[in-house]
Design a protein around this ligand. Structure first.
Ligand code: ZN
Ligand code: ZN
Ligand code: ZN
Length: 165
């Protein structure tokens, strides 16, 4: 079995399904944690999920403006902060952009794979790397408060590999 498992969805996948799943998960998550998913927060999350490529705050702001929201930058940043706190969105530090998290229920530090070909991001489902880093830092007297792992490279579609059907 050499089936390639990849967190990057096939280009022709039903992205509407990704968006619906993300919004459903967000609503469920907020109910369970007593957090308020306001209409604006929900819309910002939906816009972040516009695709699998990270989105910048100003692109979100522009999209909201064209919809007639009079959203000012602080409003958008506050909405993003809320979504990050809830684990629904990850901040991509190297791109100064945001990407939706497909599994907000399991709290985790995101390890992001960033494709320099198509601009998409996906999460590496791997917990050992983070733990190894934390342990190594701890052994050197350093307590990790926040961990950012971002890896650039090419996704299966951009490197021209056959993908599993
Ligand atoms: Zn999708
Ligand atoms: Zn995540
Ligand atoms: Zn790619």
């Amino acid at each position: 079995m050499s089936e390639l498992e990849t967190p990057f969805p096939a280009p022709a996948h039903d992205h509407g399904g990704c968006v619906r799943a993300a919004l459903d998960a967000a609503e469920e998550h907020c109910v369970r944690h007593g957090a308020r998913l306001t209409a604006l927060r929900r819309r910002v999350l939906e816009l972040v999920w516009n695709g699998h490529a990270p989105v910048g705050a100003y692109a979100l702001l522009d999209a909201l403006k064209t919809e007639g929201h009079s959203a000012a930058p602080p409003t958008v940043y506050r909405a993003l902060e809320f979504l990050i706190e809830q684990g629904l969105v990850h901040r991509v530090e190297s791109l100064n952009a945001y990407v939706g998290c497909p599994r907000p229920e399991a709290r985790h530090a995101a390890m992001l794979l960033l494709c320099t070909g198509c601009g998409r991001a996906a999460e590496l489902d791997e917990t050992q790397v983070g733990e190894t880093l934390r342990r190594a830092a701890d052994q050197q007297g350093f307590t990790v408060a926040r961990q950012t792992i971002e890896v650039e490279g090419l996704c299966p579609d951009c490197r021209g590999q056959p993908r599993p059907s």
